[in-house]
Design a binder for this molecule. Structure first.
Ligand code: IVH
Length: 666
């Protein structure tokens, strides 16, 4: 077998296994075997660049090259569908079609997937382009990102597909992946995605396709367009497309009567709650393409299709009061206090109003009858006001507070943020309590026996006003307090003392500096010998550290510019917390790569990419994402991307292999 044949064989096998695993959910080989095959292919492609293929399975891993999207016109405009929430309008649609066609017809009923739409173009069985809807006339070319989606075939199966065609569908993020992503964002104190739709479209527009690859997007295809489609039926064409490797919904059904259509709607309105992805309605399409053509389009949407949207479960109730919650970071959240009302199986008394702009947009008044919805979101929200229910006794207009409800400080609004903040970080009670709770939490100082309620009690009794006060507590101070026996008092004090063993990086994390999550804390602990160095670092030094950008650096500077924070850190250090690197933490650190910016590229044999990143940092270097004239050298594994290679050569940046690098730092 020639090399070329071997490469082709591996590609075909990997495409097949990818399809079995991601589309059919029936893998034939182990993950390890799959990875090994992928590695073998990567090696061969690297060694024989003349056999390069833009649709190779190796494209699935993405690339960390940044790139701006180019705009591409759609061959057929991407129209939207007429929407309705009313069953009567479904009947009207059916009757209209019946009258216009004046012959037998079938309606294909399918789920309306709630993601972001995509148009895929295939030529000679290969994916050549993926474009977002954009303004319907032209969209963004997101081909590289879309290639990372495992349920989208790069190369089609079989041979009876048209030479050139377009297929459209919806890119989705499953509920599971969405929740996981938001948990990670929460831990990093980043703003959360409101729903899977926003998460999917946000992900698709990321510049870095290797992050897209890690987000596990999914895709259902629902509309085939082209000149030479195999059948006259939309349904039949999609069943055929499933054989070419596309993921086609199992929930499609052809109906003849209105009764069948309403049965379908009733069934899926309930059953959709068990689907792994979000849906927001049903799409009804005249099945025959010939009949579709007869019916034609209006300016905005096809006459042969309509979307029936499910009513989001909502309830109408009275707004009694708006209260404000102050979180650990000082963010102030307005909360609607409502007459209790039943909604999707639970009683709702409170709902989020998010921020001042939302309150203003609703023109909210106390006493208003408001609609509460539980959409894709976890916390119910107010989506509207029944203004017709307003009497002459209309209550006061809701105005966002100007001062913190807890400490009276004047609230601030940072540029570009929707939230108001209480800036009184060091003396505002919920912020203090929140900081102490964060400090004692498992991933920070991990103090056994202490929880939010105990912290709250100690704080109320004036025993602690900040985290350093914890270390002054004695068992005598706390035993005999509410539900606090001698034993639990001792446990708490022991737990507090044991926390003095917690390593530097976790103490940094425990300080609760805004935007300094666990990962950033680790980088800080590696970059600075002790907290004094961190305290004295300037902006430039801070942003030279991997993972630290201007926003985080500024937050660190702000933290230490506050005298009470500096005093707190001084006291924590005096109590004996590890606000410095120990010998143990330090082993393996050198200055061998000091001042060097290093790009990592390719696939490695001796260590993983992350391990190389760690090694670079341990030896004082900086790992950077893209090649520039300032790059000191590229640590290159196998299969380094051709674009990177070209750029490196152009800029005269040195390329170093694994062995040379390991020798350099040994
Ligand atoms: S067909 C010309 N089928 O809903 C008709 N659309 O407003 C093309 N959508 O932009 C669309 N599920 O993003 C079709 N089964 C489905 C769909 C679907 C979701 C989305 C799509 C489109 C919007 C229509």
């Amino acid at each position: 077998m020639t090399v070329k044949e071997k490469i082709e064989e591996l590609r075909a096998e990997l495409h097949r296994h990818n399809y079995n695993y991601y589309v059919l959910n029936t893998p034939e080989i182990s993950d390890k075997e799959f990875d090994d095959m992928m590695r073998e292919l990567q090696d061969l492609e690297q060694a024989y660049p003349e056999y390069k293929d833009d649709n190779s399975p190796t494209m699935r891993v993405g690339s960390d090259l940044n790139k701006n999207f180019t705009q591409v016109p759609h061959k057929y405009p991407m129209l939207s569908l007429g929407n309705t929430y009313s069953e009567n309008e479904v009947t009207d649609f059916y009757e209209r079609v019946k009258k216009a066609l004046n012959e037998d017809f079938e309606i294909c009923c399918e789920m309306k997937y709630d993601g972001t739409s995509i148009s895929l173009t295939y030529e000679d069985g290969k994916l050549v382009r993926a474009v977002t809807r954009g303004d319907g006339e032209k969209g963004d070319d997101v081909t590289d990102n879309v290639k990372t989606i495992r349920t989208i075939p790069l190369v089609l199966h079989g041979s009876n597909y048209p030479q050139s065609f377009e297929i459209r569908g919806e890119i989705l993020m499953s509920w599971d992946v969405f929740e996981e992503l938001n948990r990670e964002k929460e831990a990093r104190e980043e703003p959360l995605f409101a729903n899977p739709r926003n998460a999917a479209s946000g992900t698709l527009k990321l510049q870095n396709s290797s992050i897209v690859a890690s987000r596990k997007l999914d895709a259902y295809l629902y509309y085939l367009l082209g000149e030479n489609l195999p059948y006259d039926g939309h349904y039949e064409n999609l069943q055929e497309a499933a054989k070419w490797g596309f993921k086609i919904s199992n929930a499609m059904r052809k109906c003849r009567t209105l009764e069948e259509i309403f049965d379908y709607i009733k069934y899926w309105d309930v059953e959709r709650k068990n689907l792994p992805v979000a849906t927001d309605g049903i799409v009804l399409k005249v099945n025959s393409l010939k009949q579709q053509k007869n019916l034609g389009f209006t300016a905005k949407s096809p006459r042969w299709a309509i979307a029936y949207k499910f009513q989001a479960e909502r309830a109408l109730t009275r707004l009694n009061l708006v209260t404000y919650q102050v979180g650990r970071t000082g963010a102030v959240t307005p909360v609607a206090n409502l007459d209790p009302v039943q909604l999707s199986g639970t009683i709702v008394k409170r709902a989020s109003l998010h921020n001042a702009d939302i309150i203003e947009g609703l023109d909210l008044h106390i006493g208003d009858m408001v609609y509460v919805e539980k959409g894709g979101e976890i916390i119910p929200k107010i989506t509207g006001v029944d203004t017709s229910a307003r009497s002459f006794m209309i209550g006061e207009k809701v105005k966002f507070i100007t001062n913190c409800p807890e400490c009276g400080s004047k609230l601030v609004r940072y540029e570009g943020e929707a939230a108001h903040y209480c800036p009184n970080e060091t003396a505002c009670p919920p912020q203090i309590k929140g900081k102490i709770e964060h400090f004692i939490s498992r991933r920070a100082m991990n103090i056994d026996g202490l929880g939010p309620e105990t912290v709250d009690m100690f704080y109320r009794l004036g025993l602690i006003k900040n985290t350093a006060d914890l270390y002054r507590l004695t068992a005598d101070d706390i035993k005999g307090l509410d539900r606090m026996g001698e034993k639990s008092a001792e446990n708490i004090i022991n737990g507090i003392n044991q926390s003095k063993e917690v390593p530097f990086e976790r103490v940094i994390f425990a300080l609760g500096i805004r935007f300094v999550g666990e990962t950033v804390a680790k980088k800080i602990a590696k970059a600075f010998k002790n907290v004094e160095e961190l305290e004295n670092a300037d902006l430039e030094t801070l942003i030279s550290i991997d993972e630290i950008g201007e926003k985080i650096a500024q937050s660190i500077l702000n933290y230490f510019s506050n005298a009470s924070n500096r005093e707190l850190v001084r006291r924590l250090r005096e109590t004996g917390l590890q606000l410095y690197r120990t010998e143990e933490d330090l082993s393996g650190y050198t200055d061998k790569l000091a001042g060097q910016s290093i790009v990592i590229s390719g696939v490695f044999t001796h260590h993983s990419r992350d391990e190389y990143k760690d090694l670079i940092e341990k030896h004082g270097g900086k790992n950077v994402g893209s090649i520039s004239a300032k790059t000191s050298f590229i640590l290159a594994g196998e299969n380094m991307g051709p674009a990177k290679l070209e750029k490196a050569n152009k800029l005269g940046v040195k390329i170093m292999n694994e062995e040379e690098f390991l020798k350099l730092i040994s």
